[in-house]
Design a protein around this ligand. Structure first.
Ligand code: NAD
Length: 262
């Protein structure tokens, strides 16, 4: 048990973290935050060319990062990515399954079913492949004894909140949340904690231009604080779920939405 007189920290030195979808938005930010707490970070993305600046920025601040090519929809690439990370940094004990996409632009009646398949492949199957391979490696490296396996799935408030024209996206995010709870149960005696973060709306590439539309403006005006969330709002929840302080938290969902769903 933690000594109550010792200051509370989110020290992640000695940890090896994988962040998927690290080339932009929340993934890039979470990678920097993890590195600043001492974790060695594997930056994974399809666009590896976009990782050079991020890697250099982390190193310039004294952190350790490597770039890894990964399309999360491919099991073979997922296995190869974990192999590369293990060879260069050691076994992964912390996973942020962050890669996600949204293609819907209008009414469900106008959106082609193929877009559902594409959204499913990245947002749900991709998250599963990342989490499953991570758990396998953690268990093989002794997570049962260390109780230090940490998997964080980036879900969304749309897993429960109704956002118009987002049936495919919302369905996959609801799936992420429930799948995460089942995985948390399945791996509960193996030292692997699986938790979800459900962010509200933050300005990134995924919703580029949305808040310039009349629908987006109306949505924003309906939130109690009438604002988008700053990207740093996720930092604390994410670090907590990766740290030793969350040893007895698994299968939980932390909503970070500045009250947007109230
Ligand atoms: P983003 O578009 O900047 O980031 C998503 C990243 O996932 C991109 O780098 C993209 O290239 C990557 N990606 C997509 N398909 C991939 C694939 N097949 N393989 C590997 N990487 C892939 O947007 P973001 O807001 O930073 O999104 C990060 C996560 O946060 C997503 O899961 C998103 O659904 C979730 N989220 C975002 C918001 C928001 O308002 N921005 C709210 C709730 C949840």
């Amino acid at each position: 048990m933690r000594d109550p007189h010792t200051p509370f920290t989110f020290d992640l030195s000695g940890r090896v973290a994988l962040v998927t979808g690290a080339s932009s938005g929340l993934g890039a930010r979470m990678s920097k935050v993890l590195a600043a707490q001492g974790a060695k970070v594997a930056l994974a993305a399809r666009r590896v060319d976009r990782l050079a600046d991020l890697k250099a920025e982390i190193e310039a601040h004294g952190g350790t990062a490597i770039a890894v090519e990964l399309d999360v929809t491919s099991e073979a690439q997922t296995i190869a990515a974990y192999d590369q990370i293990e060879a260069e940094l050691g076994p992964v004990d912390t996973v942020i399954a962050n890669a996600g996409m949204s293609k819907e632009m209008g009414r469900a009646t106008d959106n082609p079913p193929e877009d559902f398949d594409a959204t499913y492949d990245v947002n749900l199957k991709g998250v599963f492949l990342t989490a499953r391979e991570g758990a396998k490696r953690m268990i093989a490296a002794g997570s049962r004894e260390s109780e230090r396996g940490r998997i964080v799935l980036i879900s969304s408030i749309t897993s429960t909140y109704i956002s118009a024209h987002s049936a495919f996206y919302s369905a996959t995010k609801a799936g992420v949340t429930q799948m995460g709870r089942v995985l948390a149960y399945d791996w509960s005696r193996l030292g692997v904690n699986v938790n979800m973060i459900a962010p509200g709306y933050i300005q990134t590439e995924i919703n580029d231009g949305m808040f310039d539309t009349s629908y987006g403006k109306k949505m924003l005006a309906a939130w109690p604080r009438r604002r988008l969330i700053d990207a740093d709002a996720l930092d604390g929840a994410m670090l907590f779920l990766c740290s030793d302080q969350s040893r007895q938290i698994t299968g939980s969902i932390i909503t970070v939405d500045d009250g947007q769903t109230l």
